[in-house]
Structures are given as C-alpha cells and as structure tokens.
Design a protein around this ligand. Structure first.
Ligand SMILES: NC(=O)c1ccc[n+]([C@@H]2O[C@H](COP(=O)([O-])OP(=O)(O)OC[C@H]3O[C@@H](n4cnc5c(N)ncnc54)[C@H](OP(=O)(O)O)[C@@H]3O)[C@@H](O)[C@H]2O)c1
Length: 250
C-alpha cells in the first residue's frame, strides 16, 4: 500500500501497476475536493490512527507499506513505521530532497508558518502565502500585511483579514507564471514550506530573480525509517526487499 497525496506517489503507483506481480492500493487523506486521477485503485480518508492503519494492513494482507506522503505530512509519517512494525511488514519512505539555498536566494529559515508570519515584521508588506490552505489562518496574527493566498481548494472559512486575495491553482507552476504573479501583486515576501521537488520550485526561482525575501519553513527532523529520495530509488528498494520471483502485494 502506498500512502500518497504527492506526484511521486502517483508515479510510483504507475510504475508498480505495470508489474504483473504487484497489487497496489493508493491511500489519500481526502484533503482535496477533486484529487488528481490515479493509475491504481484508491481509498480515501484517515484510518483512525496508527493501530487502525496496522489493522488495515493486516486485514488486506499487504506485504509492504510505502510512505510517499508530502514531507510536511508529519502525523501519517510517524504512524506509518509503527503500523508496519505492528503488522509485521516492511516499510520504506519516499521523501523528496529539500531545496538547497543558492546564490541570490534571500531565505530566512523558520520552524513553522506561525514563526514565518511573525518574521515578516511590524511594517505592512505584500506577502505571498504559498503554504496551502492548512495553516493559512496563521496570517490573522499579523493583519497589517496584504496577503495573496494560493491553494488548491478555497480557504474555509475565509480568513478574518481586510487585505487578502485568493488564487486557486494546482501545480506544477512555471517560472514565467510565478514571476508574473509576484509582479502583478507587488509581492515583497513569500512564505513557503521547504517541500522539495520540481512542481512548486518555480516560486523559489522567481523570488531569486526578483530579489524577494522567502520565509522558508524547514522540515521536522526525519524519522529513522529507511528513506529513498526518488521514484527510481524506491523501485530499486522494492526489488531489493522482494526479489522478482517472490513479489505478491504492495
Ligand atoms: N502537509 C502538506 O503540506 C501537504 C502538501 C501536499 C500534499 N499533502 C498530502 O495531504 C495529505 C494530508 O496531509 P497532512 O499534512 O494533513 O497530513 P498529516 O498531518 O500527517 O496527517 C493527518 C491525518 O490525516 C490522515 N492521513 C494523512 N495522509 C493520509 C493518507 N495518504 N492516507 C490516509 N490517511 C491519511 C491520517 O489520519 P488517521 O490518523 O486517521 O489515519 C493522519 O493522521 C497527505 O497524504 C499528504 O501527502 C500534504
């Protein structure tokens, strides 16, 4: 079973679905109203905690649990190794590498969205809040700024702020598109998570080109589970765990 919600999970599911010896189920949390189409059977919704996830794995006779969730999906990633151990099956984590600061980047690293909002300072700024709808409410702590909030689905309830614009969009984003967006809204600060990956990196490049400061929310320390950082490496790890002759269900 693949815990998903990322483009990597979809690509890994696609690669495994092409193998006759694998039965794959992709699990989504159900956060987005219209999730992307997936190449394998999908189940949607939380399990009810780590023990319930373990029960689900045992009942379904799964051999392997792959945590391919977003690097900031910390709860499910903490549950996954516990559940796999309880169910007595193997587990691997697929984590994109973090973005690294390059010359010209004006990053301030912070531990949370709340800290990022505080780091914007007391003077009014034009802020692009690019961290999705979960956590957008932290902006209410600093109502002096003008916010542009981007998310896949609408922020519900809307933020209690006088100065806020919303843009609904789903990656991948292009450098030209991000530069246009930042210029149109006269943005002088961006709040972003260090998600890694290509799909949402264009805003970071655009910020570099335009000299815009980025409040970069860093990741929590990684767990001790065996982690790989590409779909190809995940496939290799699966081959290592289950040499081709003995593959059954993932
Ligand atoms: N956090 C982000 O910035 C972000 C960005 C893009 C995509 N996503 C995707 O959105 C989903 C939710 O993210 P989150 O930050 O809310 O996660 P989270 O805080 O780690 O998870 C909260 C709860 O949601 C359920 N859950 C999360 N991922 C699930 C999955 N793939 N399948 C079934 N249940 C899942 C679990 O509920 P139970 O305990 O009841 O099992 C989990 O305890 C993840 O799958 C992630 O890949 C997150």
């Amino acid at each position: 079973m693949i815990l998903g919600g990322t483009s990597e999970a979809r690509l890994l599911a696609e690669a495994l679905a092409a193998r006759d010896e694998c039965d794959v189920l992709l699990s989504l949390a159900g956060r987005t109203e219209k999730p992307a189409t997936q190449p394998v059977p999908v189940r949607i919704g939380g399990f009810g905690g780590a023990a319930a996830l373990a029960d689900f794995l045992k009942a379904g006779g799964y051999d392997l649990l792959i945590d391919a969730t977003h690097p900031f999906a910390e709860r499910i990633s903490a549950n996954a190794p516990f559940a796999a151990e309880t169910a007595g099956i193997a587990t691997i984590a697929l984590r994109r590498p973090e973005w690294q600061r390059l010359p010209g980047d004006r990053w301030r690293e912070v531990q949370s969205i709340a800290e990022a909002i505080e780091a914007l300072g007391p003077s009014p700024r034009h802020v692009f809040l690019a961290t999705g709808r979960q956590g957008a409410h932290h902006a209410e702590a600093a109502p002096q700024h003008h916010y542009l909030v981007r998310s896949v689905d609408p922020v519900e309830p809307p933020l209690v702020l006088d100065n806020v614009d919303y843009v609904l969009d789903r990656g991948p984003f292009t450098l030209d598109g991000e530069c246009d967006l930042l210029r149109q809204h006269d943005i002088d600060a961006i709040v972003a998570k260090n998600s890694g990956g290509a799909a949402t990196y264009a805003k970071i490049e655009a910020a570099r080109l335009l000299g815009i400061e980025v409040m970069m929310v860093t990741r929590a320390p990684a767990s001790t589970v065996k982690a790989v950082d590409t779909v190809e490496a995940a496939l290799a790890a699966i081959d290592h765990l289950f040499p081709p002759a003995m593959k059954r269900g993932v």
